[in-house]
Design a protein around this ligand. Structure first.
Ligand SMILES: Nc1ncnc2c1ncn2[C@@H]1O[C@H](COP(=O)(O)OP(=O)(O)OP(=O)(O)O)[C@@H](O)[C@H]1O
Length: 461
């Protein structure tokens, strides 16, 4: 660590604190994540999901892990530095973002996701805090919960921050897929367009309620498997008809609303894959610059996309990935039309006890409610593979059922070993993390006017 000079703390996550730092030898600015837990052997570090997954990811929209250092039993991850995260960009904003900016960001994130999903990993904790921005470039970060698609269930650890958590995860499905990332992207897109979270649940039960309140309760037609899942845990969905998504984001284009509708489909099979999302009419004006056509930058820099990119003179290509089976989107088509593209990979998890609520401020459950306390992310998520999580498995379904059915939906809201990653990349592929827990948002006011944004999640920096 002597080689680096720490400048300023820029983030305080569940597992580590993140610092802006300078490499004294090269002058390069980096982000160093100092893990909170101690690591007494190098083997322990090498097996961390964040290391295993990130070292295999080499994509312009996935944050680069440059180095892993263990010194005095403390583990440091050295990442490329990014200026801020999407949440920071949203929280003080009074004026809505231009849709072109949102399109540009989302196009890049879907490219990163498409790359990741095709290589057999999914993130599992996508949220605005984990999408890092520098100028026009956005990158996916925080792979602590990332999963290898082919790894075997049961998966027992906490998965994803509640507001962005897919319904199948909320309902404790024993199986879930990369479509959980697509759900999260729908929620993030909506938040970018309205500057307020679309499903700001104060507990797991309230999360489901809020989803029903917005997209309408699931039916046999929209999600038969979900109804079965609910039966299994003895949970009854509230019967709500939902609202037109366009009413929550009045200035959004039809294409944007349509894509969010698809992404936030109850049935994971009805959500587009990342590759399919890139083909959605919302991204019609975007194009992909293949690596062979990109200039070689001296510093790691991602190719911009879309109309604002600096590659506009390049031939336009909109096929970022192999899309031989990709579906053509039709804005008026039923979400069912995506069913054929559901991924077959499945996994299990147990969410019992995840939602330790940190406060008891009353909250109304309607999506029109404006004040609530966010979920207690820090407490619940005890990270992957802990004994606590193993115990959760034992407690299993009945506890979850109790939890979901007993929670009053309208009630209280609790609202010098150093390894070069490049070397490791030659070896083989990993798993990822989704930063869990540590819900650092304190209180969220949801104003009636879209521009009257009043986020106050606590994000250092
Ligand atoms: N490469 C980076 N460049 C700049 N800032 C970063 C970088 N990586 C992380 N950060 C900042 O630090 C914050 C926390 O980082 P990260 O999510 O990796 O930590 P964590 O302990 O895994 O958090 P979580 O509670 O989400 O699990 C991020 O939200 C971001 O603001």
């Amino acid at each position: 660590m002597d080689r680096y000079k720490l400048i300023k703390e820029v983030g305080d996550g569940t597992f580590g604190t993140v610092w802006r730092a300078i490499n004294k030898q090269t002058g390069e600015v980096v982000a160093i994540k100092k893990m909170k837990k101690k690591y007494y052997s190098w083997d322990e570090c090498i097996n961390l999901r964040e290391v295993k997954s990130l070292r295999k990811m080499n994509h312009p929209n996935i944050v680069k892990l440059k180095e892993v250092i263990r010194e005095h039993d403390i583990l440091y991850f050295v990442f490329e530095y990014m200026e801020c995260n999407l949440y920071q960009l949203m929280k003080d904003r009074q004026k809505l973002f231009a849709e072109a900016d949102i399109r540009n960001w989302c196009f890049q994130v879907f490219q990163g996701l498409s790359y990741m999903h095709q290589r057999g990993y999914f993130h599992r904790d996508l949220k605005p805090e984990n999408l890092l921005v520098s100028k026009d470039i956005i990158k996916i970060a925080d792979f602590g919960l990332a999963r290898e698609v082919n790894s075997s269930p049961p998966f027992t650890e906490y998965v994803s921050t509640r507001w962005y958590r897919a319904p199948e995860v909320l309902l404790q499905s024993y199986v879930y897929t990369s479509k959980v990332d697509m759900w999260a992207m729908g929620a993030i897109m909506s938040e970018l367009l309205s500057l307020r979270p679309i499903f700001p649940g104060a507990s797991e039960a309230d999360e489901i309620y809020k989803i029903c309140d917005v997209i309408g309760s699931p039916t046999e037609e929209t999600w038969l498997e979900g109804l079965n899942l609910a039966n299994t845990i003895n949970y009854q969905f509230p019967q709500l008809s939902g609202v037109p998504l366009s009413s929550l984001m009045p200035s959004a284009s039809k294409d944007a609303v349509n894509l969010i509708t698809r992404l936030c489909s109850w049935d994971p099979c009805n959500r587009p894959t990342a590759a399919e999302a890139l083909q959605h009419p919302f991204f019609q004006s975007c194009f992909y610059v293949p690596p062979s056509l990109r200039p070689k930058p001296s510093v790691a820099r991602t190719p911009p996309v879309g109309p604002r990119g600096s590659f506009e003179q390049q031939p336009v290509k909109r096929q970022p990935v192999s899309l031989t089976k990709a579906k053509t989107f039709n804005s008026s088509a039923s979400p069912k039309s995506n069913a054929a593209f559901g991924s077959g990979v499945q996994r299990k998890l147990d969410l019992a006890k995840q939602d330790a609520t940190r406060n008891t401020k009353p909250v109304r459950s309607s999506v029109k409610d404006y004040i609530y306390r966010p979920p207690g992310r820090k407490s619940p998520c005890n990270a992957a593979g802990s004994s606590v999580n193993k115990n959760r498995v034992a407690r299993g379904v009945s506890e979850t059922a109790d939890k979901l059915s007993n929670l009053s939906i309208r009630g209280t809201v609790s609202r010098r070993h150093s390894v070069s990653v490049m070397q490791q990349q030659q070896l083989r592929p990993p798993q990822m993390k989704a930063g869990c827990i540590g819900e650092t948002r304190d209180m969220f006011h949801r104003p009636t006017q879209p521009t009257a944004n009043a986020y106050s999640r606590k994000v250092a920096g």
